[in-house]
Design a protein around this ligand. Structure first.
Ligand SMILES: Nc1ncnc2c1ncn2[C@@H]1O[C@H](COP(=O)(O)OP(=O)(O)OP(=O)(O)O)[C@@H](O)[C@H]1O
Length: 638
């Protein structure tokens, strides 16, 4: 559960960051001179840069959430994506180079056309017109095929990248998902996956195509006339500082933007999850202020990124516009000296004109790639979280569940279990009781292989639970909580996912065992009825029964029940009691008992106080002992 009290006072002010307001001295008065306004503008930009860097540094601190990968990891990721499909990549390069080359022939032909018109000689006008039409048609055909290849290539890259992300997320240790920020994870798997997808699907192929076109165009300009190529090359070279400075700053800016979106989502998720606490403790003002802070910081991060882009585009605009004029001037001079003819000047101006489009696109795509790279580094950061288990080869020899010297800490140095030893007999019903916060649920999680104990061992049939492959583990021990998720799919899909290959007969048998076959068969499409978010709505009891049927199919020999019915209303609880009893039949059961009558009926009761088992025995033995359990029992029955 979200600890709202711990997080609500935490705003950007508590994270050693500047307060998210612009100090008054940086806002010039109405009568300020243009110079003063300009100075204040740069000071504000500098402030935003420092904030962006502080947020960036904070977002890279692993103690503050999910990690963020470095540039090297992002480059390796993109390189691996490209080299894993060399054939398609080569086809993309060759086809686009051919299409671009065909496009570059046209200005030369137009130059020739000018020369023929002015001086006569060479090929006839008709002949030239036919060649130009032929080249334009060829270029159109090549462009069509090249673009089709680029689209397929982009989609192929995208599907591989998405599969990688899904696999990464699915293998995240549950403990990490529970302790790290949900808002950040949600932002990464929604916004960042979207941004990365766009840059992989369109940005990467388009950047490659634009780069090819730019390189070929520069080659064609040099072939046409070195003198006439100089103005364009010089202005491009001088504006490269703007590109370099942008490329140096943009990644931080974009990663910062991502971190601020995560923060907005985190605050929002916490507020929604803890709505009752917010209401009960009157925290709404504080939550609104925290949200406002997040939005202001995010807007500033966006403004910082926007300013970087504006400076870049201004410099590039200059670089694109200037050569048009200078080429003409240099052309006139060179023509007067007899260094070039009119055809070469025409071709040079057309090349400069034609170059601005792919250059513009190249810069746009590089920007898109920067945004994508920032998102990719946040997504690859998730992959840096080490798995908490590595499935071994050994399979259990027997079905006895044992805990030995179990210790566990959610936070380093704060053990909540202090050396618990517990051996559960086959077919036994063991109840775990104790005051709130004593460690019962934690013990249940270790005994069902959800978490790895910090020290000691939780094993079944002599093999550590966390060393078992997940599909084996869930057929040995399963944790049953009141959280039951209905997946989008048919009733059948929801049940067979516990054991692939189950037949309809198995599903019916499982449904019948939990007393649900009748209502399922009465559904509009029976087993094929689609359920889950927005589909046919099941009642809470029906949803729980589907979850129990799933467990019957998984058929674990041991069940750990944690509050299985405590949050369910009494009527639903009565409906489920029969289903539950059928599920428990013939299995070993560890029940974390919140109501003592469950404990009363158990074979043995373990009393957990402050992370230790202080009493262990049957109800009557513990009553006779007149210790902790007897006290709890008296309090409960009085
Ligand atoms: N995800 C978590 N992160 C940090 N601390 C946790 C987490 N879950 C539990 N704890 C702490 O561990 C201790 C044991 O909690 P646990 O939930 O195991 O107790 P419990 O006996 O099951 O309590 P309850 O009956 O209230 O559910 C408590 O101090 C609790 O605050």
């Amino acid at each position: 559960m979200t600890d709202l009290l711990a997080t609500s006072p935490e705003t950007w002010r508590d994270r050693s960051l500047d307060p998210p307001v612009i100090p008054p001295e940086l806002v010039p008065p109405a009568d300020a001179t243009p110079l003063e306004r300009n100075r204040a503008l740069w000071a504000r930009h500098d402030l935003r840069r420092r904030r962006a860097e502080a947020v960036y540094d904070a977002s890279r601190n692993p103690d503050r959430g999910w990690p963020v990968s470095g540039n090297r990891a992002v480059l390796t990721f993109f390189r691996d994506l490209l080299t894993s499909r060399r054939g398609m990549f080569a086809a993309l390069v060759v086809l686009n180079a051919l299409a671009a080359a065909a496009g570059l022939v046209v200005p030369r032909l137009l130059g020739e056309l000018v020369n023929t018109t002015v001086d006569g000689g060479g090929r006839s006008l008709d002949e030239l017109a036919l060649v130009i039409i032929g080249v334009v048609l060829l270029q159109a055909a090549l462009t069509f095929v090249a673009q089709r290849t680029s689209t397929l290539f982009g989609q192929d890259l995208l599907s591989t990248a998405r599969e990688f992300i899904v696999r990464t997320i699915l293998r995240l240790p549950l403990g990490a998902v529970e302790t790290a920020s949900t808002g950040d994870l949600v932002t990464r798997v929604t916004r960042d996956v979207g941004t990365m997808s766009r840059s992989v699907q369109y940005g990467l192929p388009m950047a490659i195509i634009s780069l090819l076109t730019v390189l070929l165009s520069v080659g064609a300009m040099l072939l046409n006339s070195v003198v006439l190529a100089v103005p364009a090359l010089l202005t491009f070279a001088t504006s490269s500082w703007a590109v370099r400075s942008y490329l140096r700053r943009a990644p931080k800016g974009y990663i910062t933007e991502g971190a601020t979106y995560s923060r907005i989502n985190t605050t929002l998720t916490e507020t929604v999850e803890g709505a009752r606490t917010v209401e009960a403790l009157g925290l709404s003002g504080a939550r609104v202020r925290a949200g406002d802070d997040d939005i202001v910081v995010s807007a500033q991060a966006e403004r910082y990124g926007m300013t970087l882009r504006n400076i870049l585009f201004m410099a590039l605009n200059f670089a694109f516009q200037t050569p048009r004029v200078i080429t003409l001037l240099v052309g006139a001079y060179a023509y007067s000296r007899g260094w070039v003819d009119l055809g070469q000047i025409t071709a040079a101006v057309l090349y400069v004109e034609a170059l601005s489009d792919p250059l513009d696109r190249l810069i746009g795509e590089v920007d898109r790639l920067q945004v994508g790279a920032a998102s990719t580094s946040r997504l690859l950061g998730i992959a840096e979280v080490r798995p908490d288990r590595e499935a071994g080869e050994r399979l259990p020899d027997g079905v006895e569940l044992r805990g030995e010297d179990l210790r566990f800490a959610y936070r380093e140095g704060h053990d909540v279990l202090h050396g618990v030893d517990l051996r559960i007999g086959v077919g036994e019903r063991l109840a775990i009781v104790g005051p709130s916060g004593s460690g019962k649920s934690t013990l249940g999680r270790l005994l069902s292989g959800i978490n790895r104990p910090r020290t000691g061992s939780a094993s079944v049939g002599g093999v550590e639970l966390v060393d078992l492959p997940l599909e084996v583990l869930r057929t040995e021990v399963a944790l049953v909580t009141q959280e039951h998720h209905v997946f989008i799919g048919s009733v059948r899909d929801n049940i067979v996912l516990a054991r692939e290959g189950s037949t309809d007969d198995d599903v019916r048998e499982a449904l019948s065992a939990v007393g649900s076959l009748l209502w399922v068969e009465r559904l509009p499409q029976g087993l094929d009825t689609m359920i889950g978010s927005g589909r046919f709505a099941l009642t809470p009891a029906q949803a729980q029964q589907v979850a129990l049927a799933r467990l019957i199919i998984a058929d674990p020999h041991t069940l750990v029940l944690d509050e299985a019915t405590s949050l369910i209303d009494p009527r639903t609880a009565r409906t489920l009691e029969g289903s539950m009893n059928n599920l428990l039949e013939g299995r070993t059961v560890v029940a974390i008992a919140h109501r003592l009558h469950t404990a009363h009926d158990a074979d043995r009761i373990a009393v957990v106080i402050d992370g230790r088992i202080v009493e262990l025995g049957s109800h009557h033995e513990l009553i006779d002992l007149d210790g902790e359990y007897a006290g709890l029992w008296r309090a409960w029955t009085s």
